[in-house]
Design a protein around this ligand. Structure first.
Ligand SMILES: [Fe+2]
Length: 297
């Protein structure tokens, strides 16, 4: 048997990994080793560079806490999270019906058990509610992949304030502000009132922030509203709708903006009207209703 050399080490590692009993783990690790070794052969890191890389990975864990997951943030700013979402979108669309709504990242700010409101309610109860010019009416329909309305679907909405803060980041906002759950009526329709959200930067106080600064990247996300739409018998739809007039649509630091998720933030221009209105329809695919783990309590 040959001793290890630069030329044969990849093959030797792959041979060892072939003994992994779990077929999916074997497949994942085989591909990881192939690409990791190819990356090392291409970059040829120096010893200090390798140390720096290891320090970066360690610091991702060390700067994570109950309130912040720097590992997910790293995956987001490398475009990996969105690539996974896009691949799974395509898989899901193959399963049933001609219509679909694309998914987008859950993000770090979803909270389970947001208050339930009757149709048309206002979810803005903090100081931001006084900005009449930022009034934001949101409505839409939930239907199945054949366009039939879905009654009794839960539409969970959450978004940042006009200053770009979620309520849990901002002491000026009451608990669960700018969050709410609504039920669709017999026509699959729902509506609510709020204030227009602003874009915001991802956290830049950790190793991901250091990397973004070194890359001269804008840490901001364009303004968006998060939606989670669910009903038993359908897959949970997690998505975001982006403001069509935001100048950062093409520079989202998490690469989340697909064309179909850009919504028209229509300026209301009728007599005595102020603010904006958004109408967006959602399509649910049949399947198991499985909720994600809330990133924050
Ligand atoms: Fe967000």
């Amino acid at each position: 048997m040959a001793f290890v050399s630069r030329d044969n080490i990849t093959e030797k590692v792959l041979e060892v990994f072939e003994k992994t009993p779990d077929p999916r783990l074997r497949e994942v690790m085989r591909s990881l080793i192939k690409h990791l070794h190819a990356f090392i052969r291409e970059v040829e890191p120096t010893d200090p560079e390798f140390e720096r890389g290891c320090e970066f990975l360690v610091s991702l864990g060390q700067s994570s806490s109950e309130k912040k997951n720097e590992v997910i943030l790293a995956s987001d700013i490398l475009g990996a999270s969105t690539l996974i979402t896009l691949i799974n979108n395509i898989k899901r669309a193959d399963t049933a019906g001609p219509l679909k709504t694309e998914s987008a990242l859950l993000g770090p700010f979803w909270r389970k058990n947001a208050p339930h409101y009757p149709d048309g309610s206002n979810i803005s109860h903090g100081p931001e509610s006084k900005a009449a010019d930022q009034r934001f009416d949101v409505s839409g329909r939930v239907c199945d992949a054949n366009g039939q309305p879905i009654e009794g679907a839960d539409v969970d909405v959450w978004h940042a304030s006009p200053l770009g803060f979620y309520e849990n980041q901002d002491e000026a906002q009451p608990n669960m502000n700018l969050r709410g759950q609504f039920k669709t009526d017999a026509n699959g329709h729902f509506s609510l009132t709020s204030v227009r959200p602003a874009g915001y930067p991802v956290p830049v106080d950790g190793p991901c922030g250091d990397l973004l600064r070194k890359q001269r990247r804008d840490p901001f996300r364009p303004a968006h509203v998060h939606f989670m739409v669910s009903k038993p018998g359908y897959q949970v739809l997690i998505t975001q709708v982006f403001a069509d007039d935001d100048e950062r649509l093409h520079t989202d630091v998490t690469f989340s903006v697909v064309e179909s998720l850009v919504g028209k933030f229509q300026k209301r221009t009728g007599p005595g009207e102020t603010g904006y209105a958004l109408t967006y329809d959602f399509v649910l695919q049949p399947g198991e209703m499985q909720f994600p783990t809330p990133p924050i309590p």
